[in-house]
Ligand binder design. Structure first.
Ligand code: PLP
Length: 380
């Protein structure tokens, strides 16, 4: 049967659009960037220092260390926490690949634990059975903007003496029982990739921590291991947030809470409009969490057809992520097989991310919801 959207004008709705945020803040951002250029200091200057302080405070942490990306934030945090080659690090298979590449590049071995299909975060009931003598750390991923069940994870980490590195790359401002994402483990890692809830105009990242010694090590690691110019205490990398990105992020940080609130309102509108569509599952908020909807991810068995249908209607969607890491070609050496992590595998086949950003119009969400209902031949 041909599916026709009735009663709505035709629109094109991209999956994301970064331009409105710039135009909202154009004057302030242009001024901040010009100031950096005129000052003539581009690496590890006053903007990075101020932003580190402001973002760490925002997260409720003592220290912030600006680095080159979220991937490098996780990589350097692993090294700062003394994870050694051959150590095992527990994480989930349904994440952006950089969570796992960071483990590999620290020389450690990723060990995957399946997910809770309601929240898409680590299934905390399965962590203990994955722990071996070699396990040294857990990286919970606060996926799509919702925190993992941190109290249980922290209890397990204490029992087995494991480090906890929060991958908060999708969860700027999210909270767990009132505590901000990134503030609960030994280190919290953030990405400022442009599409994130707090996004730069290029790559960027930060590690937040409460332990002065870890913060100190991270400062060395990101800057060639040098304590003062040309004197290198440890072997290090070049992974620094730059002054221009920090200046832009300082302007945008002031809007983060408002943007997150708007994301929550837009998510609530989607849920209201889709509540009668029994074929799809909309995001489930755990009672402990304040979800900041980096992504609005629905689930349905007819995912591929629905995605194609929405595309024909001019609606952009994406899949985060279509193939779990344990089944990726690049991780064949870990010797996982299809069926090993069934919840994550089933989610990968059925999830679909719908457009959600602070500037999306309610009328656009109404159009998308109507298209979904039309796909399932429901009365609009
Ligand atoms: C969950 C997660 N972890 C890590 C990263 C890596 O961040 P970046 O792209 O800044 O390296 C991302 C971003 O794509 C992410 O979404």
């Amino acid at each position: 049967m041909e599916k026709i959207i009735t009663g709505t004008e035709n629109m094109r709705i991209p999956f994301g659009d970064l331009k409105p945020q710039y135009f909202q803040l154009k004057k302030e951002i242009d001024g901040a960037v010009r100031q950096v250029i005129e000052r003539g200091r581009f690496i590890l200057g006053e903007e990075v220092e101020a932003f580190e302080k402001e973002f760490a405070e925002y997260c409720g942490c003592g220290y912030g260390i600006g680095v080159g990306s979220g991937t490098e934030a996780i990589h350097l945090a692993l090294i700062a926490l003394s994870i050694q080659p051959g150590d095992e690090v527990i994480t989930v298979p349904n994440t952006a690949v950089p969570t796992v590449s960071a483990i590999s590049f620290a020389g450690a071995i990723p060990k995957f634990v399946d997910i809770n299909p309601d929240t898409y975060t680590i299934d905390v009931t399965k962590i203990e059975s994955a722990i071996t003598k070699k396990t040294k750390a857990i990286i919970p991923v606060h996926l799509y903007g919702q925190c993992a069940d941190m109290d249980t994870i922290l209890d397990i980490s204490k029992k087995y003496n494991l480090a906890v590195i929060e991958d908060a790359c999708q969860a700027h401002g999210a909270a767990y029982k009132g505590k901000k994402a990134g503030s609960m483990g030994n280190a919290g890692c953030f990405s400022f990739y442009p599409t994130k809830n707090l996004g730069a105009f290029g790559d960027g990242g930060m590690v937040v921590a409460n332990d002065a010694a870890i913060a100190e090590r991270l400062k060395l690691l990101r800057n060639y291991g040098q304590e003062k110019r040309y004197f290198h205490r440890i072997k290090g990398f070049n992974s620094r947030l730059d002054e221009i990105q920090a200046a832009i992020l300082r302007v945008k940080l002031k809007c983060l809470d408002q943007w997150n609130t708007t994301r929550m309102e837009k998510a609530a509108l989607y849920k209201r409009l889709l509540r009668d569509v029994s074929n799809i599952i909309t995001p489930i908020e755990a009672p402990y969490s304040s979800h900041v909807y980096h992504l609005f991810v629905i689930r349905c068995e007819e995912r591929d057809d629905l995605q194609g249908f929405l595309s024909e209607k001019g609606i952009g969607t994406l899949i985060h992520y279509p193939r779990p890491i344990h089944l990726q070609e690049s991780y064949r050496d870990l010797k996982y097989e299809k069926g090993d992590l069934p919840a994550a595998e089933h989610c990968a086949e059925t999830i679909l991310s719908l457009p959600l950003y602070p500037e999306i119009k309610d009328s656009e969400i109404e159009f998308i919801a109507a298209a979904i209902k039309d796909f399932f031949c429901l009365n609009i």
